[in-house]
Design a protein around this ligand. Sequence first.
Ligand code: FAD
Length: 417
Amino acid sequence: MNLRKRDRVLVLGAGIQGACAALELAGQGYRVTMVDKAAGCLTRASLRNEGKIHLGFVYANDPGFGTPDLMVHAAVRFAPLFEKFVGRRLDWSRLCARPFTYLILNDSMIGPETILERFECLQGRYREEIQDRRLNYLGSRPDRLFDEIPSDRFADLIDRRRAVRFIDTAETPVRVTALRNLMASALRERDDIEECYNATVKSVERTPAGFRVEGVLPDGTVWRREADMVVNCCWEGRLALDDQLDLRPRRPWIYRLKYRLLADLPPRFGSLPSLTMILGRYGDIVIDPPNPAYLSWYPSCLRGWSDEVSPPESWELACGGLASPEADREMVEATLAGFDSVLPGIRDSRVRNAAAGTIFSWGESDIDDPKSELHRRDEIGVAAHDGYFTINTGKYTTAPLFAEQLGSMITDAVPAV
Ligand SMILES: Cc1cc2nc3c(=O)[nH]c(=O)nc-3n(C[C@H](O)[C@H](O)[C@H](O)COP(=O)(O)OP(=O)(O)OC[C@H]3O[C@@H](n4cnc5c(N)ncnc54)[C@H](O)[C@@H]3O)c2cc1C
């Protein structure tokens, strides 16, 4: 297809990926329409995630090291690209929660020495990346990404029979609500981006002139648009639309429904850093005073698993933020009990909110299988099909990078005027 400058682009999905893609393409001079079934932008997985801008530590089990490489590459571009998209410099210290300390648990799938060796490789890759003075990790350029610390640092808080090694890292969670608000303002300010919310996309078809996309509004009215290019950023809704253009992947995939809790921790945990426990079916805690802590314990928070083209309709309620701690009492209790095995006393936390998000990844088996593809997240990103682009975001971390790559792919395909 001959792509011409100033053509109309339809971006499907207004999560972090769709929003970054829309801003990138509008910045290049395209007229963009962004459509989402939700009432606003970044309300789904991009709001439920813990905001970790991955440096690759948690993917230490990827034997080819492709995932840590991609995460470092994306992480040092996250802030510069986000600032480009929202059109201003940001004070990242106001947008971040406490950095992560990694705890290696006593039954980790990989031993501490191997983990530390892999972390050292990561450090080397980061040094190479950061040679480019334009890049930074959330506003700073630390020399070192991690350091092991004595295990008695949190002696009164963490059970040292369970957590055997402690590693401070530069890896940091961003405040996803604050970033959502920045994106929403940036989108609102642009008159070359039309935002269409509450419209569920049902069909995409090629026409002689480009594409026709149809959907429905809440009152049942049909919504229809013609476009020269389509960018599919629908995350859990992506494959169902790709499928209509015969683009079903020829490899296995999994959708997982994963909950997170927001909770007030007992005051004695007030000095805790954010925590990631490795390597296995454990959990993460994000500490961000005065906001509630974010808790997700894998064995109890993983509540759905699907290898269908679309995840079950029944997941909608929790993904739309309509789950309640009362309705999910068993999950909440199991989550607090899981964390209590590492942080005794944390089960007395007061849970304020429970909600879930969907995670799409390649693979067939769960993370307790050392060979599971879930330990890799490097085969993600933009795929181009003659004017139709479909983006497997993979991670919140990688969304700005993929939006920029989309922009380059389109520029390269458009003949100079
Ligand atoms: C619990 C949890 C924790 C996570 N933690 C992290 C983390 O710490 N760090 C990290 O990097 N990543 C993390 N992730 C992954 C990350 O959240 C996702 O990779 C990322 O948010 C996906 O962004 P997206 O824009 O593609 O998807 P979404 O934010 O889900 O956006 C997709 C949009 O498409 C819309 N849509 C879907 N189908 C249709 C349709 N048919 N019609 C109209 N609109 C449609 C949806 O309403 C939605 O707004 C986590 C995910 C979860 C669930």
